[in-house]
Write a protein that binds this ligand. Structure first.
Ligand code: HEC
Length: 166
């Protein structure tokens, strides 16, 4: 009886630990940090003067296919864009070169027109720092994202223009 109790207590503990490890990467609106984003392909890069940060924008297979087919206005359903942001720093051996230093945050946009109808057909999420802490107290944080991205509504709310390769 006692052993049975101990085992179930242990399983419960293990279970809750596993759940919290997973939950840690879920944004308050239910979007999960894509597990395989490190294998995604490059769409473009950018630099922000005001926040002194370097960014790269990557896409999942569907997003890359949308670019290839010229279907980015609107992007195809299932397209996911991720933006990775680092603080600027000066290259230690070449001071005119700006290179990334600390990781600031990652941000995603998930194209699902029906599910995210209220925010222009895109689901938004952000994770802070190396620990990838989900951003936002509750799901209403998306108003901030969608509000600013509405400035490029005529481009399906996406600022990035895929960079050309020869
Ligand atoms: C004040 C304006 C503003 C707000 C607020 C904002 N963004 Fe953006 N976002 C931009 C601009 C400008 C770019 C393009 C330049 C760059 O790379 O940063 C961008 C780019 C992106 C990209 C790459 C795709 C694209 O549209 O170019 C993603 C993904 C993204 N933002 C997600 C988010 C998320 C998630 C939030 C909210 C947590 C958010 N953004 C809030 C202005 C904003």
């Amino acid at each position: 009886m006692k052993i049975k109790f101990l085992i179930s207590a242990l399983l419960l503990l293990l279970g809750s630990h596993l759940v919290s490890a997973n939950d840690a990467l879920i944004s308050p609106n239910g979007i999960k940090l894509p597990a395989d984003y490190k294998n995604w392909k490059l769409i473009s890069s950018s630099h922000r003067e005001d926040s002194k940060t370097l960014r790269v924008i990557l896409g999942n297979d569907t997003a890359m296919e949308s670019i290839k087919q010229g279907k980015t206005n609107p992007w195809q359903e299932g397209s996911v864009l991720i933006k990775l942001v680092w603080k600027d720093s000066v290259h230690p051996n070449f001071e005119k070169a700006t290179v990334p230093s600390e990781f600031v945050h990652s941000e995603v946009m998930v194209k699902d027109t029906a599910k995210y109808a209220e925010t222009g057909g895109w689901g938004y999420a952000r994770w802070l720092g190396m620990e990838q802490k989900p951003y936002g107290h509750d799901a209403s944080f998306v108003q901030e994202c969608a509000g600013c991205h509405a400035a490029v509504k005529e481009n399906d709310s996406v600022f990035t223009r895929p960079s050309k390769l020869p």
